[in-house]
Design a protein around this ligand. Structure first.
Ligand code: NIG
Ligand code: FE
Length: 407
């Protein structure tokens, strides 16, 4: 029987990242991949291709084809810069002290509140184009620099503006519990009331978020406060994720696991019981080397414990103007290997399939498997490890396909 393809890739080395393919990177050398109606409809060895007709045949000349990259944790919607704080930190003031003195997240909140929706949309779009040009086809964006309903909605609409262009897949996360806004100083529980009783219901009703996140930290919110946020999210049918154990161990990862969170993120200070709880709940560990590097942290996340308990590890840029002014996935892949001892295969899995899992999208994207969206990148490289090795990888100028369409 003849198979019909819109696009057929031939002479490709496939890094399928599929756990069903028992080679490193799920590699299929001299492979072929067929696409129909935006979906992958055939994957295998070129020599096993059935009889076919294809509108376009793309000869990959033995370059590597990988799933589109997934950046599952960013704060891409923001106004202003924090270069001044970067200088302050280099002169010896800590991230936490800057935050306590009204800087940090709050300085970006001030700039973001003041920005027009139009400017915020255009800036977010510009950043998203950079991300897409680097091979990212799925990108998460958090709110959390508004901390009032109006600005949180403005941020989520800016994320939706990018989503509606169809350039790449966007996941919008509501992060109202990111920091205490100055007008609620000394009244954190009242602010959590606002998040739970006003913000989450409106955002859920307007369908502006795919998940709810929080910052569980001594400069953020306590586990008791985050529990209330998670309960409100659950009531409105939204999955949760959490910034947990970044600067201290608050038991956030355990709490996230208790709520079946998609992910717990950062995790430098997590203990073994927290890792075990995540394993039992199937919660993904999102590791963010960009923030670790930028803040000059010294305690590394316990990668061996995640391996021991088989907690899937994802990697993301955490792109934001404060703790991780890094949009390049290649820098993150490299940092994960050099700073945390990821193998290149673990790193690539972390920015494809496990990134998708951290967003609840593992059945839609993240590996080259029949039935998934045809989100693909064609890389002019000889081995997949090069994606972790060339730190300034944008010069690789990959050909990118989102839902089967060449970008
Ligand atoms: O993931 N930890 C809290 N949130 C961000 C930092 C945001 C900021 O500093 O503006 C993070 O590192
Ligand atoms: Fe973050």
């Amino acid at each position: 029987m003849t198979q019909y393809f819109d696009t057929l890739f031939i002479n490709a080395n496939l890094a399928t990242m599929s756990q069903e393919v028992a080679t490193p990177y799920g590699a299929i050398k001299n492979g072929a991949l067929g696409v129909k109606d935006g979906r992958i409809t055939w994957v295998g060895k070129g020599k096993d291709l059935p009889k076919y007709e294809a509108n376009t045949v793309r000869d990959c000349k033995h370059w590597w084809l990988s799933p589109g990259l997934v950046d599952c944790h960013t704060h891409m919607v923001f106004a202003g810069s924090r270069a001044q704080e970067f200088e302050q930190r280099l002169l010896g003031t800590s991230y936490a002290d800057i935050a306590k003195n009204g800087g940090g997240i709050i300085s970006t909140v001030t700039a973001t509140r003041a920005a027009s929706e139009h400017d915020l949309c255009e800036d977010t779009w510009s950043w998203a184009c950079v991300s897409s040009a680097s091979g990212v086809t799925t990108l998460e964006m958090k709110s959390g620099y508004g901390l009032d309903l109006e600005t949180e909605l403005k941020m989520l609409r800016a994320a939706k503006y990018v989503e509606d262009t169809g350039l790449l897949r966007i996941r919008k996360t509501f992060l109202g519990a990111h920091a205490l806004p100055p007008e609620y100083a000394g009244r954190a529980d009242d602010y959590i009331d606002l998040v739970c009783k006003e913000m989450i219901p409106v955002i859920a009703a307007e369908n502006l978020a795919d998940a709810v996140d929080g910052f569980c930290e001594n400069i953020g919110f306590s586990p008791v406060q985050i529990r209330r946020v998670f309960e409100a999210a659950k009531k409105h049918g939204l999955p949760v994720k959490l910034h947990a154990e970044q600067l201290s161990n608050q038991g956030g990862a355990k709490l996230a696991a208790e709520f079946g969170a998609l992910s717990a993120d950062h995790l430098e200070h997590i203990d073994e019981a927290g890792v075990q709880a995540m394993a039992e709940a199937g919660t993904v560990a999102v590791i963010l080397p960009g923030a670790f590097y930028t803040l000059g942290e010294t305690l590394k996340p316990p990668i061996d414990l995640f391996r021991k308990y088989k907690v899937p590890m994802a990697l993301a840029t955490d792109f934001n103007p404060g703790s991780s002014p890094i949009i390049s996935p290649y820098v993150i892949l490299n940092q994960a290997c050099i700073l945390f001892g990821f193998t290149p295969e673990e790193a690539l899995l972390a920015m494809t399939l496990n990134g998708a899992k951290a967003l609840g999208l593992e059945h839609e994207t993240g590996s080259l498997v029949v039935g998934k969206s045809a989100d693909l990148v064609e890389w002019p490289i000889d081995s997949p490890a090069e994606l972790c090795y060339w730190m300034n990888g944008t010069s690789l100028a990959p050909n990118r396909y989102y839902k089967g369409k060449l970008l």
